[in-house]
Structures are given as C-alpha cells and as structure tokens.
Design a protein around this ligand. Sequence first.
Ligand code: PBG
Length: 328
Amino acid sequence: MSNPGFYRGRRLRRTSGIRDLVRETEIRPQDLVQPYFVVEQDDPGYRNPIPSMPGQEQLGLSALKDRVGRARENGLLAVILFGLPKAKDEAGSQAYAPEGIIQEAVRLLKGHYPELTVITDVCLCEYTSHGHCGLIEEGRVQNDPTLELLAGTALAQVRAGADMVAPSDMMDGRVQAIRTALDREGYQEIPILSYAVKYSSAFYGPFRDAAQSAPSFGDRKSYQMDPANVREGLREARADSLEGADMLMVKPALPYLDVLSRLRQETDLPLAAYHVSGEYALIKAAAEKGWIDEEGVVLETLTAIKRAGADLILTYFAEAVLEGMKKK
Ligand code: PBG
C-alpha cells in the first residue's frame, strides 16, 4: 500500500468528462428570467436601443412580442416586465390603470405564449412624475398611503394575466397589502416574489435611463437599504416571509453574494438574485473594449450567483446565455 502523501485534487479535473461528473452548480434554462422594458407608443413596432445597456432596448408592444418570440425559440421560459407610460402623474396612476402599458403587455404575451411565465414588477417609480416609488407629501415618501396603490397595481397586473408579482418599491408592509388584496379577489394561487433585500445601489444607473425612473429630487435612501448592512437584510427577509412572500430576492447580485449566502442558510424559501443593469453594463463595456471574454465572464458570474444560493437569476444576459446553450 502506497501512502498517497498528499491530496491529488487534479485527478478529478483531468478530463472534461470527469470534471462534469463532479460539477456542483449548473445554470439551467429554467433558472433565468429576462427583463424587458415596454414603452407605450403609437408605433407598436417601436424599438429604441438603450445606450448604457448594449443589446437591450425599449420596446413597443409588438416589438416586445417579436423579441420574446425569438427568445422563446432559444428556450426562454420566464420574463419580468417594466413599463414606460406615455403620461406620468403624482400618484403613478398608469401603474394600476386597467389599460396601463404593463397590463396590455401581459395580455399580449400571455395571449401569444400561454406557457411563458410572466412576472410583473410592482412599483410606482416608472409612473410617478417625481420618480419616487411611493406617494409624496411634504417632500417625503409616504409609506402607508402608498400600500393601497401598490396592491392595486399588483391586482391590475394579475387581472391582466400575470403569473407572479414582484414588488420592488421597499415600502414596509407591502407584501401583506398585496397578499390581502390578491386573496380578497380570489387570486390565492398567485405567488409573490418579494424584492426583500434591495439595496440603495449605484448599480441601478443604466436601468433608470432605460425606464426613465430616476427620482426628480432626493434619492431612494429612505426606503432602499444601506449597502453596508447584512443583518438588516435578514430582518427584511424575515418580515417579508412572515407577510406571505413565496420567494425572496437579493438585489444587486454579485456585490452582495455574502448576503445571498447568509440568506440561503436562514430561510427555506426559494431565492432569486437580480443581476442588475450596472452589473450588465460593466461586463458589456469591458467586452466591447476587448478586455475580457464576455461569454466566459457571464457564465462564471451567473454560476457564482447560483453557487451562493440563488435558485433564480434575473439577468439581461438571459437571452444571450440561452442562445449560447442552444448552439452547444
Ligand atoms: C424599480 C426597480 C429598479 C430596478 C428594478 N426595479 C430601479 C430602482 O430601484 O431604482 C433596478 C434594476 C436594474 O438596475 O437592472 N424600483
């Protein structure tokens, strides 16, 4: 008997066949959710590239349908929708109008692709004239009066056919308010994916260009979390699960993998991570300069997010990753 003497980890890395046998984390098509920006436009074929997010566009309704159709052919299973209304007002009324742009988009997509999972973002910032995620009184975002509007938004989206609602506003009590409203109307079966642990992040910059949702005064620090805090994130997550959230989200993703990993240990709910616009832009910019290999960096990034504990990843790279998988 020879004494091995030292650990030979390379034995299991010797061929790709062996490496695959011991691979612990895999990105699967059903893990990916592609976000889309839908614009209320007279021209339904409208497409407007977003400069800070190369490859992403603001889409009119039929342009959305076409782009989702192409992605479906590559295996896209789930989308999350953000809306840009024609008119904004103090109370964000187009968020919950029965004919609001998101409600129209949901009806269109579910009509064409009944098997597609359509998730809707529940928030007011894209619909309010001031760009905040809630009602403003005396220059401050009012928590409790906002809850009713958020619940109304979720309800309008679900009535239009949304499969799941994802509140991203960070008002306290909104999961409970939405759950109560949905249950009252007979939608007990519709799950809530709560953006439970959402940081006040500089990584949202490109999104705010894309969704025209930057606040016109102040910032979102009175409702979004301080990037320095992890215990606070665990409290938010616990509160939302007690209020009835079915899944919890951490956002952004890569800079907060420690939070995701902690949360994975503390809850048995499924977890989502949002690989946000700024994270997308970083990779795209470096790849455009030829400084990194885009596909390699994207797959490594998404694998890391999953390894840290995400069951589901919302990412602007979903379409491209699926296209890559199909080619292999
Ligand atoms: C709406 C919302 C934002 C994002 C998702 N939902 C912007 C924000 O909170 O300012 C950001 C997503 C991204 O950056 O890709 N509240």
